[in-house]
Design a protein around this ligand. Sequence first.
Ligand SMILES: Cc1cc2nc3c(=O)[nH]c(=O)nc-3n(C[C@H](O)[C@H](O)[C@H](O)COP(=O)(O)OP(=O)(O)OC[C@H]3O[C@@H](n4cnc5c(N)ncnc54)[C@H](O)[C@@H]3O)c2cc1C
Length: 495
Amino acid sequence: MKLLSLTAISVLILSASAAPAQSKTTKAKVAILGGGVAGISAAKNLVANGITDFVIVEARDELGGRAHDIEFAGIRVEKGCNWVQGLGTNPVNQLSKKWGLQVAVNDGTDVVFYDNHGKVNGTKTYNDFNDALDKTYDFALKRVDEADISSRACLNIVGWNPDTPLKQAAEYYAFDWEFAENPDVTSCNYAQVGDASYDGSFGPNSDDDQFVIDQRGFKYIFIQEANQFLKKHDPRLILNTTVKNIKYSDNGVTITAKDGHKIEADYAISTFSLGVLQHNDVTWSPKLPEWKRVGLFGFHMATYLKLFLAWEDQFWDNNQYTVYADPANRGYYKQVTWQNFNAFTPKNDTTNIFFVTVTQDQAYRLEAMSDNDIKKEVTEVVRSMYGSHIKEPTHMYVPRWHSDPLYRGTYSNWPIGELEEHHLNMKAPVGRVWFTGEAMSREYYGYLQGAWIDGGEVGTKVAKCIKNKCPKQPYYPEILLTDEKPKFVKRQEWI
Ligand SMILES: Cc1cc2nc3c(=O)[nH]c(=O)nc-3n(C[C@H](O)[C@H](O)[C@H](O)COP(=O)(O)OP(=O)(O)OC[C@H]3O[C@@H](n4cnc5c(N)ncnc54)[C@H](O)[C@@H]3O)c2cc1C
């Protein structure tokens, strides 16, 4: 196996002083909680607005959050986000260009479909599904003032009926693989907002993806941004510090970490993932108000599990993607998306990584299994696809985002039932704590641009609070059904 040549990894990862933190108290005007993309962007915008008295408190030993690469089978692969989704003026695309991120062309149509009889032509079915999906977006826009329904209902209404394994596989590839949840639980009204996250929002021809293969990791571009305002060993960067409790009021915030370190701040910006906020990994004093919890618990933190596998030799097709249409198991390894890493790396660089992504219940199932059991299971599946001669993978890595107390999932998805007002409540400040992060972005939830744009906006708002007047952030203590009664026809009673 010839491996990708490793470029010198020159990322300057700023590290905090390692002094024991017991009973230590740090004071700052702003405490940014979490050092992912939203946290970095919030800090950058505080600085841009003249506020330099802040700290970033991060549980891990580096910045980046869900932008997180790991060593696998001799190269660095992205355990977390992997695609620049949306080109043009998308700030993530702009950062990618600014810092010379190495990316590969992504071509979703470079896909081969199989069923249990062998290779099948799935092009028409895949195109049909994409047409149906476009129709659901038009349909959702038309009925935007009406009560939400599921994406499944919308798909059915526009004529999509996944009554064959091939149709189900095409649907999985174009829907679940993006939203990390199926159409049955996903909002129809808001799936269309998710789609617009990169389809058209960022100018002409921006509706495209690029696959990041940079050996410095996707996080490199965000860390480079942080390096513009943080110096080496900057005491404002407090790494390896897990927040346990946040005490808030209209006058200030006290943050207590697991190791006893206290941070007293005039304002705090929480960038914790929706999953973390839902799991009570961090406690609040006083408890978060009910209107806020209703918003937070109603939204979905989905899980998109990339099961990394590598073999000695390539036995799969040269296409970027392979999709299997298993007659019985929607969402099982055989009906999800397999990705051929060799098709993304520069010519003559062979990694022999062929990884598979499972979502939702299959992801939770895998996370609960031992690595050995997963290896046995996936080897059998691959043998059933390519023949009994296939050996066990030489390498395997199972990310466990759903069970990780620092994430509790991979990215958010707008479920049926969550209203605009609920989402505003999720984001609304409590006392002097402001909330940002990927899930808090109405336009770009689920994507890096959501974290970057929303984090920046909240940083700017908090700077305004400090310098002159806090901008108003709406919230709804009660969300009532509309006064206007829907038309209701009483069901005829059986006589
Ligand atoms: C597998 C996967 C695939 C993805 N694919 C893509 C993609 O291709 N394209 C795309 O645009 N987006 C993708 N995303 C989504 C994208 O990664 C996120 O939207 C973005 O990184 C979120 O950034 P954030 O700052 O909002 O949150 P986070 O990155 O979660 O930042 C929050 C930070 O808080 C820290 N933290 C948590 N709890 C505590 C605590 N108690 N104390 C202290 N610190 C704590 C965490 O360690 C983390 O660093 C993907 C995500 C995953 C996981």
